[in-house]
Design a protein around this ligand. Sequence first.
Ligand code: NAD
Length: 477
Amino acid sequence: MKQMFIGGQWLSAQDGRTIAVINPADGQPFDEIPRGGAYEIDLAVRAARAALDASWGQTTATERGRMLLRLAQTIQDHHEELALLEARDTGKPMTAARNDITVMARYFEFYAGAADKLHGEVIPFVNGHHVCLLREPLGVTAHIIPWNYPAQMMGRTIAPALAAGNAVVLKPAEDTSLSALRLAELSVAVGFPNGAINIVTGLGEEAGAVLAAHPGIDFVSFTGSNEVGTLVQQAAAKNAVKCVLELGGKSPQIVFEDADLERAAPIIVRGIIQNAGQTCTAGSRLLVQASIYERFVAQVAQIFERVRVGSPEMDRDCGPLMNPTQLARVNRYIDSAKASGIPVMAQGQIDPEVPAGGYFVTPTFFGSVPRDSALALEEVFGPVLAAFPFTDESDAIALANGTPYGLLTAVWTENGGRQTRVAKAVRAGQVFINSYGAGGGVELPFGGTKRSGHGREKGFLALEEMTTTKTIIQFHG
Ligand code: NAD
């Protein structure tokens, strides 16, 4: 049984409650985590504050950078062990789990390098004055993350917070807390002082809700669903605490008739299959110019048919979904689309050797999807691709912007002017041109517009989000 990490101590829940850890590939429990609640969250926020008042608050940016770099190296030293843990906890194929650990290490490496490059400004003012703008940590930062990329999400959100000098309290998803707990263990060995990093495991409506509403926090970063994001923002607002929300998506791949179709087709399939479609930036909508619609959809269907689903060890294209709720939800979308007569263009296959009891779903590619259907407008969060024909550039832009979301967009065309016009016209936090990377790079600012959230993570902008400024105006005569 695992314990939580608070103020440098390993603790069970005060009332002894636990949550079973289930392997999504066979539905079987294989471990337990503590079911922390209000008591543990309060302890963690106090521990973080105490760390800021003690040695963590005194560390120089260079020292913080070095600790982060040692953590990045330690993650690499434990790469295979962490990948196995992540694969078992999430069900994802081993290759994907290995990649996630590499990316997690990269977040710590990137922000290690950035820690002592973050500085203030001197501002010209009226004669006789000296004005400087200091950039300072916010204080205690709260981080609530989802289950789809637990290791990556943890690196993405706590590495910049620590680099900037904040003390963090992380609430991982109840389905996938193991990599966070193991990382906490590794952080001790590289010298992070007690209370700089705190991990409280527990349910969202218990531990998560209390963390977001805690008067002792100075910032909250939330990644997850729109419904919960709204609750987190409301809770943060009551304490006038800033929040960054990374929410859902319905990202379009826009393919014009002059695109390099050979290059586009496999990348488009990968963009929806990755992590069994459980990716906020999954390219779930395929928008194709009518003149090439039939041909290109057939080309994508050919690749889609070869998609194989298996357990982590089988290391196929997709693993199982996360939990039974997620399985029921995705199957509901597939079944109701079929029932309403939306044509299936291709389906992947679940390997017949998968263990019984796993949460496996058949990847499905739908064509000629009505623009007002659930499949066109709602986030499925599964390996379900929906294709739509469009007539011209303005129709493509209207279709791309025609959902409540605005996270990622890809534009596929060889026409340089069109590349830039469309990239400027779509509402999204990132736009790929002739490429697609769900997740989109540790160095590259990332986040949503519209209902996909607000604020930015990744790159240098995350450091701005997780710091505040102080303007010092001195009269020197
Ligand atoms: P979720 O909102 O159910 O849970 C996310 C986290 O919030 C978990 O840690 C959960 O325990 C916690 N939580 C649940 N209820 C809470 C409450 N009342 N108060 C505070 N915390 C609470 O989301 P999920 O199902 O784990 O993740 C799927 C969603 O996340 C999808 O919509 C997906 O698009 C989104 N997502 C977005 C990004 C991004 O960067 N934009 C990345 C990954 C996932």
